[in-house]
Design a protein around this ligand. Structure first.
Ligand code: CMP
Length: 137
């Protein structure tokens, strides 16, 4: 079984759609193997998104990710990484297919409701960033 990391971002938490987004995962065969609600520090956000540190949107991304609490989950299932990316839709909600999480709940490319790991290698790194082994079952 594959695992992936999902973050329900501050815009979606503030909007009160945590439950609706979790339902998309569970209704589509992704089990919630771990979950927590966290207010990220600036240091957390900068470290988590270190791969984007040189990108022009980095400061706005960090500002946004610390603007309110997030809900972080480990999702588990067959092809979980790809399945979660399909459920999320395109990074820019304007380009996201109808019925995807970002098409339904996101505002713009910064406030885009959810993050999901983009590869098996990054999923392992991102899961280990937020969860210890005993928190995942
Ligand atoms: P996420 O999947 O969390 O990974 C990095 C985030 O940077 C991305 O979602 C977007 O919310 C944000 N972002 C802002 N501008 C861009 C951009 N031009 N390209 C990619 N990501 C961007």
């Amino acid at each position: 079984m594959e695992q992936t990391l999902s973050i329900i971002k501050p815009d979606a938490v503030a909007k009160g759609v945590i439950g609706k987004i979790l339902d998309r995962f569970e209704s589509n065969g992704l089990k919630i193997a771990a979950m927590k609600k966290v207010q990220l520090s600036r240091q957390d956000a900068e470290a988590f998104y270190a791969v984007h540190a040189a990108r022009p949107f980095f400061n706005d991304l960090v500002d946004f990710m610390v603007s309110g609490p997030v809900v972080i989950t480990v999702l588990e299932g067959e092809n979980a990484i790809l399945k979660n990316r399909d459920l999320m839709g395109a990074t820019n909600p304007k380009e996201a297919a109808p019925g995807t999480i970002r098409a339904d709940f996101a505002e713009n490319i910064d406030a885009n409701a959810v993050h999901g790991s983009d590869s098996a290698e990054n999923a392992a790194i991102e899961i280990a960033f937020f969860f210890s082994g005993r928190e995942i079952s």
